[in-house]
Design a protein around this ligand. Structure first.
Ligand SMILES: O=P(O)(O)OC[C@H]1O[C@H](OP(=O)(O)OP(=O)(O)O)[C@H](O)[C@@H]1O
Ligand SMILES: O=C(O)c1cc(=O)[nH]c(=O)[nH]1
Length: 243
């Protein structure tokens, strides 16, 4: 069921509601039982790989672009990014459709900004190398990815950018799952820092997301889906981060 405009009094702003409606209609956001890369069993899953039509790419590009514009205006001390980087694989189309939308909104500001992504497998023929797109040498890099859970992918990305001579100036994801970093006593209910929080602290990189786990719980409340809402609340209680 889609969220309607009559939800206007809700704490979820319109651009997030539009984004969430696209996620629901394309089964990008689903509810059930899923095993994550970290091994945790999650009652929801965000599959950016299902954003595979022109309409959906436009919807996700718009949501990232608005999140980035808000992010940059509330972090005005940040150097302007001159590269949008999308980590392989799912980050690649996200970086492209985000930059396209940013360029459409403000061609002067974004027209000469480049995109770049890594290869998971090194290529030793043709142009070779592990990167495609703009060079990262001396670049201020804004990373765009789908979701952060344990932060493994994010750390790898920060290392790639550093190795290629660039500097990560910001990290923007579609979904911040707000989960504490994994540990051996994972579901002890004791809050620890989230992967996003840890990256902010350790690398001094500011972060933003289009939506958070809290927004998804609010979405289920507005849809009247009590069962899934309670499952997400229970998951949040178990894995909630301290930041
Ligand atoms: O915070 P983490 O625990 O690292 O998990 C989140 C990351 O894991 C998945 O990517 P994956 O590395 O599987 O690559 P893919 O884009 O090729 O699916 C997902 O797309 C996120 O980028
Ligand atoms: O943690 C993960 O592996 C993960 C979670 C999620 O919601 N979506 C995804 O693609 N990966």
């Amino acid at each position: 069921m889609a969220l309607s405009d009559t939800d206007a009094g809700s704490p979820v702003p319109a651009f997030k509601r539009n984004f969430l409606n696209s996620c629901l209609s394309a089964n990008v956001l689903t509810f059930g039982t899923y095993t994550l890369k970290s091994g945790r069993k999650s009652p929801y899953f965000f599959n950016a790989g299902s954003f595979h039509s022109g309409d959906l790419l436009s919807a996700i590009g718009t949501a990232y672009a608005h999140t980035i514009i808000n992010f940059l205006s509330s972090n005005s001390e940040l150097p302007r990014p001159n590269t949008i980087f999308g980590p392989a694989y799912k980050g690649i189309p996200l970086a492209c459709c985000t930059l396209l939308e940013l360029q459409r909104i403000d061609p002067v500001q974004w027209g000469k900004v480049e995109y770049s992504f890594n290869r998971k497998e090194k290529k030793d023929h043709g142009e070779g190398g592990g990167l495609v797109g703009g060079s990262l040498q001396g670049a201020n890099v804004l990373v765009v990815d789908d979701v952060i859970t344990a932060g493994t992918a994010m750390r790898e990305t920060i290392e790639i950018v550093k190795r290629e001579g660039g500097k990560v100036v910001g990290f923007v994801v579609a979904v911040d799952r707000m989960e504490k970093m994994p540990s051996t006593t994972d579901d002890d209910g004791v809050p620890r820092p989230s992967a996003m929080g840890q990256i902010r602290k350790e690398y001094g990189v500011p972060t933003a997301s289009i939506v958070t786990l809290d927004d998804l719980i609010e979405l289920l409340r507005m849809k009247g889906d009590e069962t899934d809402m309670e499952r997400l609340k229970d998951y949040r209680r178990r894995y909630i981060a301290s930041d």
